[in-house]
Design a protein around this ligand. Structure first.
Ligand code: HEM
Length: 362
């Protein structure tokens, strides 16, 4: 992952030897996340193919578009008409065909190897593609099924992660006063551990910063969306009729002073202090969900990709912090978030100024 992060940033932030360079943050974040995630999902060289990466972004946009139109249908019509509406308004089926053009030959090759060599062979790839192939190999039309799943995982991964990274980057660029403290920690850990998963686990300040970012901004004002499949009565006597849709209010929860002292203040090292006070290594970690921390949902269906996302985003952020100085043109001012429907976006047009550091650590 780190190899892809370093290569991708170097490619997307060019001209950085000549002082401050304006960078369209969300666009670069989306590209770096897409490449890095796909280095692990499907491997080289496909993860660097600009047309494949473009397909992933278009697939995500098509799903968002289909959702918008399906939402206009009356509830009774949804199960019958949703697919037709999606077909009429988007290109989702065509995207799956395009995905098959990129991934189909690779999937077929791997299925042949599995047929010839059984479960294991030397240099068998250990990536998401291989796990999915093994899972669906015996189903009807496995190639299309594998492509569908890879595109869906990308849908769940790219937008969420790049949005979260950009939110955090905006805090860093608007408040450079806490960069030194993060840099000190990251440089010390990398000197000892190198760019490894163990190193990410030792970066407590960075972990706290990313958790605070997720609390403070999040990606949605609601979370833990569930539908009651049967009527039930909760322990406090509340009756929930069958088919009720329930959600947890993320913003209201994350800005409740009962759970977070001075909740309206962005306090990057809040959880480092909490960890030091109650000595619980895992309770205050970026990935740990609870009833009062729901950016990744909570319970049985809490985001299963959050461990992957935390490592990826921490490695991306650590790379930026040790290799670049960042700031906004208008110093100290973080662009306002944009609230549309159920999404909380960082300003989609903002440029962050990047300057390569002399003593960078790649
Ligand atoms: C910072 C990045 C991410 C955020 C903020 C995020 C957020 C969420 C949230 C709020 C849910 C709903 C959980 C619930 O209902 O309790 C969810 C579900 C899910 N996420 Fe993530 N996610 C992120 C990254 C990822 C990544 C990288 C992957 C895959 C590699 C992923 C895969 C999934 C899947 C498959 C589900 C559905 C789980 C289920 O329904 O059982 N997510 N995510």
């Amino acid at each position: 992952m780190y190899d892809e992060i370093a290569t991708a940033f170097a490619e997307f932030i060019s001209g950085h030897d000549e002082g401050w360079v304006p960078v369209h943050a969300i666009k670069v974040a989306r590209n770096v996340v897409a490449r890095t995630s796909n280095r692990v999902f499907v491997g080289l060289p496909i993860c660097r193919d600009p047309d494949y990466l473009g397909l992933l972004v278009n697939f995500t946009l098509d799903i968002a578009k289909a959702r918008k139109y399906i939402a206009l249908l009356p509830s009774v019509a949804k199960p019958i008409a949703a697919r037709t509406v999606a077909k009429m308004t988007t290109n989702i089926d065509r995207r799956i065909e395009e995905g098959t053009q990129y991934l189909g030959p690779l999937i077929e090759d791997r299925m042949k190897l599995m047929k010839n060599f059984g479960e294991n062979w030397s240099d068998k790839p250990n990536d998401l593609l291989q796990w999915v192939i093994e899972e669906v190999a015996t189903r009807n039309d496995p190639v299309e099924e594998v492509v569908r799943i890879i595109l869906l995982v990308n849908f769940a991964a790219i937008h969420t992660s790049s949005t979260s990274f950009t939110h955090a980057l905006y805090h860093l660029a608007a408040s450079p006063e806490f960069i030194d403290s993060l840099r000190e920690e990251i440089e010390a850990v990398i000197a000892e551990e190198g760019w490894t998963k163990a190193a990410m686990g030792k970066m407590w300040r960075l972990d706290s910063f990313m958790r605070e970012n997720q609390r403070y901004n999040g990606i949605n004002p609601i979370s833990v969306m569930r539908k009651a499949v049967k009527s039930l009565t909760l322990s406090d006597g509340t009756f929930i009729p069958k088919d009720t849709i329930l959600v947890a209010p993320s913003i209201a929860t994350h800005f409740d002073n009962e759970y977070y002292k001075d909740s309206t203040i962005f306090d990057p090292f809040r959880y480092v202090r909490e960890k030091e006070q109650d000595l619980s290594a895992s309770k205050h970690q970026y990935v740990t969900t609870s009833a009062d921390y729901v950016p990744f949902g909570h319970g049985r269906h809490a985001c299963p990709g959050r461990f992957f996302a935390a490592n990826e985003l921490k490695a991306m952020m650590a790379h930026v912090i040790v290799n670049y100085d960042v700031k906004f043109e208008k110093e100290g001012v973080r662009p306002e978030n944009v609230y549309t429907g159920l999404s909380i976006q960082p300003d989609p047009d903002a440029k962050v100024l990047f300057r390569r550091r002399k003593s960078s650590l790649v």
